[in-house]
Design a binder for this molecule. Structure first.
Ligand SMILES: [Zn+2]
Length: 197
């Protein structure tokens, strides 16, 4: 597995069509300061003639830390990656070194051969993972909330348990980003419940 490094150490990266990515910048999610690759730590790889980036950026102005995960196509269009950045980062670091990564120039036809069919394999995988996750989450028609509350979140009571179509589910955790796992039920877009065992 490759170590995370300063993102600028990976640049420039060259596509088979000759386009190069020399710079990579992102605005700070908190204060809007433009950060460049020197202020990001992670990995950038050439995968299927796309540049894939998974990094953590630190803003020099407000010291906010935020994740960056994206794929750049040979026309230099940047697409966001849906997969959690941590997984994407591990995936990219574990990926074996490909021939075209060592020298894009030595195999000039590679881009031409694959370009029409090139899709973001990584993005597709992410989309599938996301759909599977939502398919595995518990859905219920009949929801009964317990009178007993464990506390409040976002001004609303957190029911200690729920009856979902007659089956009891206990409160598990708060999920502000609404990320639901297999066998879990999402209430009010932020509370996670699990079947009582
Ligand atoms: Zn900032």
């Amino acid at each position: 597995m490759q170590p995370n490094r300063r993102l600028s150490d990976f640049l420039p990266l060259k596509f088979a069509n000759g386009n190069q990515v020399k710079q990579f910048s992102k605005p700070c999610v908190r204060c809007g300061t433009m950060l460049d690759a020197k202020q990001m730590n992670g990995i950038a790889r050439l995968v299927e003639n796309h540049i894939a980036i998974a990094a953590t950026a630190q803003c020099p102005k407000c010291s906010e830390n935020f994740g960056v995960a994206c794929v750049i196509n040979p026309d230099k269009q940047v697409k966001r990656v849906v997969l959690p950045r941590v997984l994407f980062n591990l995936y990219l670091r574990a990926l074996p070194v490909q021939k075209n990564e060592l020298s894009a120039e030595s195999i000039p036809n590679r881009g031409a051969m694959s370009r029409p069919e090139v899709r973001d394999a990584i993005e597709d995988a992410a989309e599938i993972a996301r759909r599977q996750a939502s398919a595995q989450q518990v859905k219920a028609r009949d929801i009964v909330r317990s009178e007993e509350a464990l506390g409040r979140f976002n001004e609303k009571a957190i029911p200690a348990w729920l009856l979902l179509d007659g089956q009891r589910f206990d409160f598990e955790r708060i999920a502000p980003n609404a990320q639901v796992g297999e066998g879990e039920f999402l209430l009010d877009d932020c509370l996670i419940y699990r079947a009582k065992v």
